[in-house]
Ligand binder design. Structure first.
Ligand code: SF4
Length: 447
């Protein structure tokens, strides 16, 4: 039996894709091992979102190749976004790789590993490379590992690709055009997860709330995405529904209303703002204005006054002057974000923004990053502190990483809560009184 180690870089979508690869490998007689030193095959499922992420994977691959040349022969496969982005050139960057598989071929990895071990035509000087598109490949990301028996929360991929072309983003190149899965198949997958004890699902897509646009009809004013949320909401035993990553322009009135009508959506959403300046938004090719974005935030808070909203912001985008950064600060405060991923713009070759003039010096990016992080910390801490002495319903996920036998769960508004109780509560929703709050975590006691 061949032993395989999979290392995953990047986002939840990559995690989900790796889970599918792992599932197929086990089904076809491979064994998954927790350490690369125990493996006959190492698979790197890669990320291309930043240049750095690619460099990290290339460094890792080179390291594995030099080690495996000295000791036993280990087969090396590069999967996913970097494979798709660099294409067969990757074979030159990494001399000695055995398998290069793109983002529409995860379901073929185990078949290809069989092929390279049987067919003498393939070697580490002549790798098996498949970067082609495959019709229907979005429907293949539908199997979950049965070894995750205590899993409370699961990712469900509902679509692949993105048609948006934001100037800074490589995703349309690595993941291709939008392709959507069938609603009933998604619901059946979720029913299967429910049977295994899953209580919360997070729907995944590069532009998740654009699900089905132009392919599935709107019904009673509802977009296909909102129809899908409605169907999942009817599945007994699934208590919470999350989704990532949405785009503000596909956040229509029907989706805003859903936060009032579908309690399983909870009191939380992610809403990537990227910038508070209209000039920068335009340059990013984000088709909304600051005003429209803030109206959306306010509409969500009108439908649900407990709404907690997180965001993504890029600071130091080409051409961003002090005034435009100030606009981002004021929008960040007005939206009262309580969680955020703040990125210093980093050049990504292959994207339009890479060619833009007026690059911002690193020290200014650093300074802007620190300023926003500080505001974020203040806003998060203040909003978390307001929850002290309140009793909140917490879905218990797992043992806390740190602490003596504490449990970790999440509130309806997706805040992390640590509290002391027995493991038998994992998978249950329990009332917890909040005793302490920092900017990132709440601590409490079981009521
Ligand atoms: S919507 Fe998201 S995935 Fe699509 S191009 Fe823009 S940033 Fe990239």
């Amino acid at each position: 039996m061949k032993r395989v180690y999979i290392k995953t870089y990047g986002c939840q979508m990559n995690e989900r894709d790796s889970e599918l690869v792992a599932h197929d490998l086990i089904k076809n007689g491979y064994e998954l091992v927790p350490k690369e030193s125990e493996a006959d095959v190492v698979l790197l499922n890669t990320c291309s979102v930043r240049e750095q992420a690619e460099q990290k994977a290339i460094g890792k691959a080179n390291n594995l190749l030099s080690k495996s040349r000295k000791t036993k022969e280990v087969k090396l496969g590069i999967l996913g976004c970097m494979a798709q982005n660099r294409g067969s050139n990757l074979n030159n960057d990494l001399n000695g790789v055995d398998l290069i598989v793109g983002t529409q071929k995860f379901h073929r990895v185990s078949e290809y590993l069989d092929e390279i071990s049987k067919n003498p035509k393939y070697s580490n000087q002549n790798p098996l490379i498949d970067l082609n598109d495959e019709e229907g490949s979005q429907n293949t990301i539908n199997q979950h590992l049965s070894t995750n028996l205590n899993q409370v929360s699961a990712f469900v991929s509902i679509m692949q690709g993105c048609n948006m072309n934001c100037s800074f983003c490589i995703v349309p190149k690595t993941r291709g055009k939008e392709r959507y899965r069938d609603m009933d198949e998604i619901c059946n997958e979720i029913i299967g997860l429910r049977e295994r004890g899953v209580r919360e699902v997070t729907l995944l897509g590069q532009i998740v709330n654009a699900y089905g646009r132009g392919v599935f009809p709107r019904i009673d004013g509802k977009s296909p995405f909102v129809q899908l949320l409605g169907k999942i909401h009817l599945i007994d035993g699934i208590e919470r529904i999350r989704f990532t990553s949405p785009h503000p322009t596909s956040f229509g009135p029907d989706l805003i209303e859903a936060f009032g009508n579908l309690p399983k959506l909870g009191d939380y959403t992610h809403l990537p703002m990227q910038s508070g300046s209209d000039k920068i938004l335009k340059s990013m090719n984000r088709p909304y204005t600051r005003e429209r974005f803030l109206k959306l935030v306010s509409a969500l808070r009108t439908v649900n006054s407990n709404m907690r909203i997180s965001t993504d912001v890029i600071v130091g985008y080409p051409g961003e002057n002090e005034e435009e950064f100030e606009e981002t600060i004021s929008a960040f405060k007005e939206a009262a974000f309580e969680m955020a991923f703040i990125f210093k713009y980093s050049e990504r070759s292959g994207t339009p923004a890479c060619q833009f003039p007026d690059k911002i010096p690193q020290e200014i990016k650093e300074k802007r990053n620190q300023i926003l992080l500080k505001i974020l910390e203040e806003q998060s801490k203040a909003s978390n502190e307001r929850l002290k002495n309140r009793t909140m319903n917490v879905l218990v996920e797992t043992n806390a990483r740190k602490g003596r036998g504490d449990l970790m769960g999440r509130t309806n508004c997706y805040r992390k809560v640590i509290f002391s109780a027995g493991r038998e509560l994992i998978g249950k929703i329990v009332p917890v009184r909040i005793d302490q709050a920092t900017s990132t975590v709440l601590k409490g006691s079981l009521v």
